[in-house]
Write a protein that binds this ligand. Structure first.
Ligand SMILES: Nc1ncnc2c1ncn2[C@@H]1O[C@H](COP(=O)(O)OP(=O)(O)OP(=O)(O)O)[C@@H](O)[C@H]1O
Ligand SMILES: [Mg+2]
Length: 655
C-alpha cells in the first residue's frame, strides 16, 4: 500500500513505534568492509583451537609441541626422544605452588632433524603454514596451525614471544629465534635472531610462556603423556613436572613404526570442485596423463577407458575441460570401478603393540586387541584398532576400592564414574582428551550392546565395570570436528569400523567372563565335595571296621570330584594351572599364577636408560643402525610364568 501523496497525520498522545532511522548508507557500509586475517579470526575464536580455558590451554600447548616433535623425528627416521618441561613463572616474586600458579613456561625439546633457519619464523609465527596439509600421509599434525596457535595464545596472554633453538647437524650452528605473530597480517615478526652454542647436535627446542592452570587427573598434561606412551612405545620421554619432579618414560620398543608412504588422492574421494581445481593445477598436458598421474589406483589403461566413457578425447588439455564436460567426467569417474586406495600411507599401531601398551600402563586381568582391515571414507584410507583391558588387577583390586578424587574432564559423568568403563581415544597415535561425547568413538562405545558380552550397561550409558576401552583411528586425514583436533566426526564408514572392532573385543571379553564364571562355580562345587570327602571316608572306614585304606579311597573320591567339576580345565581357567586363553586371539589373561597368552616383552630388552642431558649421543648411535621397524613378527615371550607376577606389573596403575 502506497502512502505517497497523503498528508502527514497529526501527532498522537502516545507516539507509535518509530521506524528505524537509516543511519548508515550502503556506501558507508561498503567502506567498512575489510579483510580479516586468519590470525585475527583465531585470536577472537581461540576456543576453536583448544584454548578455551587455562587448564585446557596448557595441555594444548604441550600437545602441539610434542606431536610436532614426534612427527619430525619419525619422518626423519630418528627414534624420538623428547623432553617436556613445565615451570611456574613468578616474575620475581616467590613462585606459587603449581596448583595455584597462573603462568607457566613450557619447553619441549626434541633431538630430531631440526628446522632450517629460513623456515623457523613462519613455522612458529604464521597460522596455516606447514608441511603436512597438502599431502596424503598419516601424521599427527595435519592442519599447519598447531604450534603457531600455541605461540599466538602465549603472546595474547603473556605478551611473551616464542623462543626457538634449532640445529640441523653437528656441522651447522644452532640458531636462536624469538618470534611473534603480526596478527593483522598473519606474518611473523622476528624480535631476536642469533647463532648460539647448543649442546645438542641436532633438534629443536621451543619455549612458550602461557597463562594456564596445572591440575593433575583427567585431561591433564600428565594424562596426555601417560596415554601417549601407551600407543608410542618407541618414544623415550622425559617429563619435568611443575613441582620439579623428573618422570622418565623409557622406550619399550626399539624400532620405529614402518614409515607411512605419501599417496595421491583416490578418485572416489574427491568432490567436483576439487576435480576442477586439479584440472587447472596439473602439470600433465593430456587428460589421460592427468588421470593416471594425479590420482592413485588409476592406470593409463583405466584413464583411457574413463576418457572414452566420458566422451572426451584423452589428448585434450586438462585446463580446457570445464562446465558440462567436467561434470560428465566427474560422474564417469564416480561410476567406474576403481581399486581401493593403497594402505601403505598408514602406520597402524598393531595388535601386539596395543596389547603390550595396555598391559604396561593399565592394571587388569584380561586384555585383548583388534586391528581392523583398512577401509575408506571419502576416498581417505583408514584403519580402526581397538583394545580392551578388563579387571582391577589382582593385588590392586582391594586398593582400588578406595575412591580417588580425580578432576573430571568435560563430558565425564560425575556420579559413579569409577564404576563405568573408561574410553581412551586416539587419532594417529595422539590421545584425544576433550569433547568425548562429540566423538564417533565414544558414540560407538555407547551404541554397542555390552550386555551381550556379560557386562552391565544402562540404557544410553557406558558399560559398567572395571574396564578400559581403547580405540585408535589411523588415517591420512582424520576428520576432526574442529581445528582443536579433539573429536572425530561421525562418518558412517568410520562408525561401522569402530563398532565392528568393539564387537570383536566384546565377544572375546564375553568368552573370558563366561568361562571364568563357569569355572568359578565348578570350583565352588568341588570345594563342597571335598568338604564331605573326609566325612564319607571316615564313615566308610567305620562300616568296614577300620580296615579300609582311607588314603586310597580319599584319593579316588577326590579324582571323581575333580572330574565332575570340569577337571583340570577349571584350574586352568582360574589360573590354578597353566594353559593359554584358548580361542582368544591377541589376548592376555592375568591370573594369580602369572600371565596366560602372548605378551611381547620388549621391556626386558630395553637397556636402562637415563636421559642424556645432551640427548644426541644415544640417538646418533641409534640412527646409525636402521631404526625403522620392518613388519616382521615381534619377538614375543609366552609368559605363562609359574608363580608370582612379573616385576613390571608392580609399576602399573589403573588410570
Ligand atoms: N620440532 C619440529 N621439528 C621439525 N619440524 C617441525 C617441528 N615443529 C614443527 N615443524 C614443522 O612445522 C610445521 C608446522 O607445524 P604446526 O604444528 O603449526 O602444523 P602441523 O603439525 O603441520 O599441523 P597441525 O596444525 O595439525 O599441528 C610442521 O608441518 C612441520 O613441518
Ligand atoms: Mg603440529
Amino acid at each position: 500500500m502506497s502512502t505517497r501523496g497523503r498528508k502527514p497525520e497529526p501527532p498522537q498522545a502516545s507516539p507509535p513505534a518509530s521506524r528505524p532511522e537509516a543511519t548508515v548508507s550502503a556506501v558507508e557500509m561498503g567502506a567498512r568492509q575489510r579483510e580479516i586475517s586468519v590470525s585475527e579470526f583465531f585470536t577472537k575464536n581461540r576456543h576453536l583451537l583448544g584454548f578455551d580455558n587455562p587448564r585446557k590451554a596448557l595441555l594444548t600447548c604441550v600437545k602441539e609441541a610434542v606431536d610436532n616433535a614426534l612427527d619430525a623425528c619419525e619422518e626423519a627416521g630418528i627414534l624420538p626422544q623428547v623432553v617436556v618441561k613445565l615451570e611456574v613463572v613468578s616474575n620475581g616474586e616467590p613462585p606459587p605452588p603449581p596448583s595455584q600458579a597462573s603462568r607457566f613456561r613450557i619447553t619441549v625439546t626434541d633431538y630430531g632433524p631440526g628446522i632450517v633457519r629460513q623456515q623457523i619464523p613462519r613455522i612458529f609465527a604464521k597460522l596455516l603454514y606447514g608441511s603436512k596439509f597438502h599431502r596424503l600421509r598419516m601424521s599427527r599434525g595435519q592442519q599447519g596451525i598447531g604450534i603457531s596457535a600455541a605461540g599466538m595464545y602465549g603472546q595474547l596472554t603473556t605478551g611473551k614471544p616464542v623462543q626457538i633453538i634449532s640445529r640441523t647437524s653437528a656441522r651447522t650452528p644452532a640458531h636462536y629465534f624469538e618470534v611473534q605473530i603480526d596478527t593483522k597480517k598473519n606474518e611473523p615478526r622476528i624480535l631476536e635472531k642469533k647463532q648460539i652454542h647448543w649442546d645438542s647436535h641436532r633438534g629443536t627446542q621451543v619455549t612458550i610462556e602461557v597463562e594456564g592452570r596445572y591440575q593433575k587427573g583427567r585431561a591433564s598434561v600428565d594424562e596426555y603423556i601417560e596415554q601417549t606412551i601407551i600407543t608410542n612405545p618407541h618414544v623415550k620421554l622425559t617429563y619435568i613436572t611443575p613441582e620439579g619432579e623428573t618422570k622418565e618414560y623409557p622406550r619399550t620398543y626399539h624400532e620405529l613404526p614402518p614409515s607411512p608412504r605419501e599417496i595421491k588422492p583416490h578418485p572416489y574421494g574427491i568432490e567436483l570442485g576439487m576435480l576442477l581445481k586439479m584440472l587447472q593445477d596439473t602439470k600433465s598436458h593430456w587428460l589421460s596423463g592427468f588421470l593416471a598421474s594425479d590420482f592413485s589406483r588409476v592406470s593409463p589403461r583405466l584413464a583411457e577407458e574413463i576418457c572414452k566413457a566420458a566422451g572426451i578425447s584423452p589428448r585434450k588439455r586438462p585446463r580446457d575441460i570445464h562446465g558440462q564436460a567436467a561434470e560428465t567426467l566427474y560422474k564417469v569417474i564416480q561410476s567406474t570401478k576403481i581399486m581401493a586406495p593403497p594402505t601403505n600411507c598408514l602406520s597402524p599401531i598393531g595388535e601386539k603393540a596395543i596389547l603390550s601398551g595396555l598391559y604396561q600402563q593399565i592394571k587388569g586381568e584380561f586384555y585383548t586387541a583388534v586391528s581392523r582391515p583398512p577401509a575408506v571414507y571419502r576416498g581417505n584410507p583408514f584403519v580402526i584398532e581397538a583394545g580392551l583391558a578388563y579387571g582391577q588387577g589382582l593385588a590392586e583390586a582391594a586398593e582400588n576400592q578406595e575412591e580417588k578424587k580425580i578432576p573430571l574432564a568435560e563430558g565425564e559423568d560425575q556420579q559413579g564414574n569409577h564404576e563405568l568403563a573408561r574410553v581412551i581415544r586416539y587419532a594417529n597415535r595422539v590421545p584425544l582428551l576433550y569433547q568425548q561425547s562429540a566423538c564417533a568413538i565414544f558414540k560407538s562405545v555407547l551404541d554397542t550392546t555390552w550386555r551381550n558380552y556379560g557386562v552391565a550397561q544402562s540404557k544410553g550409558a557406558l558399560p559398567a565395570g572395571p574396564m578400559v576401552i581403547l580405540v585408535h583411528m589411523a588415517s591420512v586425514w582424520v576428520p576432526f570436528t574442529s581445528e582443536s583436533k579433539e573429536a572425530i566426526a561421525d562418518y558412517d564408514e568410520i562408525r561401522k569400523e569402530i563398532t565392528l572392532a568393539l564387537r570383536e573385543c566384546g565377544r572375546r571379553l564375553g568368552t573370558f567372563l563366561k568361562r571364568r564364571e563357569r569355572a568359578q562355580s565348578e570350583y565352588r562345587r568341588r570345594n563342597i565335595f571335598e568338604l564331605y570327602i573326609e566325612e564319607v571316608v571316615e564313615a566308610c572306614n567305620r562300616l568296614k571296621g577300620g580296615r579300609l585304606p582311607t588314603e586310597k579311597l580319599k584319593e579316588q573320591l577326590q579324582k571323581i570330584a575333580m572330574k565332575r567339576t570340569g577337571g583340570e580345565k577349571t584350574d586352568e581357567l582360574l589360573g590354578k594351572k597353566g594353559g593359554g586363553p584358548e580361542g582368544l586371539p591377541h589376548s592376555i589373561i592375568i591370573t594369580p599364577e602369572g600371565i596366560e597368552g602372548e605378551v611381547s616383552v620388549p621391556i626386558a630388552e630395553a637397556p636402562t636408560e637415563t636421559a642424556p642431558p645432551k640427548g644426541t649421543p644415544e640417538d646418533e648411535e641409534e640412527a646409525a643402525r636402521p631404526a625403522r621397524r620392518v613388519q616382521k613378527p615381534q619377538r614375543k615371550t609366552t609368559a605363562r610364568k609359574a608363580g608370582g607376577k612379573p616385576e613390571k606389573r608392580e609399576t602399573r596403575k589403573r588410570r
